[in-house]
Ligand binder design. Structure first.
Ligand code: SF4
Length: 251
């Protein structure tokens, strides 16, 4: 455990060195806004979920209006985010449970509660899982909590921080013990950026990876994009030029 904690701190430092310390949004999003945005972000990319959220708020400027909307209209508003049927049902059910629990469409009563209590209350709402609850804690309430989605799970596994973990839920439990105090926001945000630009799901750019020496990914070979053949992975330490390239190219 101590070795893994040290390694996590080293990787967090390296990511900050290469990608910077991400700034928090000011003012932070309201907890209910963040909750709905996270539901919309499931199984789609940022661009599509952002478009779905923007259109939802344009058509229904208050959560009362969303709760009262006809299901078909709601689905039409969030169509660009995919899985509109399931997501609109989740949003409606979540809003209904929030109203039942707090008597209003507002999650600000959470601000006074402990992390454990907030997670318990949020995951008790239909359609809200641990990752969504952790996003609300981290991005809206400024808590030092580390959300794990499929991308963060992939990266933590490849880097050997949650070896053997088979799901984001297990990685979330494992990483809780490892994140250096005060670094959940920086580490989470930088891992997401790193996963988009370097350690992509397929064809990771190992040749320019600043975490090459930390990596425990067993894929010793990179597949060609057509998937028919494999070529040997480039095993060399990245040069400073590679790092500059990475920083300028995508981040
Ligand atoms: S060496 Fe390759 S697989 Fe490992 S973390 Fe870097 S980009 Fe990802």
């Amino acid at each position: 455990m101590a070795a893994l904690k040290k390694k996590t701190a080293r990787i967090a430092r390296l990511l900050e060195l290469h990608l910077g310390i991400p700034e928090r949004r000011t003012p932070p999003p309201e907890p209910l806004d963040m909750l709905v945005a996270t539901i919309l972000s499931q199984n789609t990319n940022d661009k599509n979920s952002h478009r779905a959220y923007t259109e939802l708020r344009r058509r229904y400027p208050t959560w009362e209006l969303v709760a009262e909307a006809r299901p078909a209209s709601l689905q039409s508003a969030i169509r660009t985010g995919g899985m509109a049927g399931q997501k609109s049902a989740n949003i409606r059910e979540t809003l209904a449970s929030i109203f039942r629990r707090y008597g209003k469409y507002d999650l600000s009563p959470l601000r006074r509660k402990s992390n454990g209590r907030i997670i318990e209350e949020l995951t008790g709402l239909k359609g809200v899982g641990a990752k969504t609850a952790a996003c609300v804690l981290l991005f809206s309430l400024g808590r030092d909590v580390f959300p794990v989605d499929t991308h963060v799970h992939r990266l933590c596994t490849r880097l050997g921080l949650s070896a053997g973990s088979t799901s984001p839920e297990r990685t979330y439990a494992a990483m809780k013990e490892l994140i250096p105090p005060g670094k959940a926001h920086s580490f989470h945000t930088n891992l997401i950026r790193f996963g988009r630009t370097v350690c992509r799901s397929s064809n990771p750019r190992c040749g320019v990876c600043p975490l090459f020496a930390q990596c425990r990914f067993e894929g010793r070979f990179e597949r060609r994009s057509d998937g028919k053949a494999a070529k040997k992975r480039v095993h060399r330490a990245p040069s400073p030029a590679d790092h500059n390239f990475m920083l300028l190219d995508n981040v």
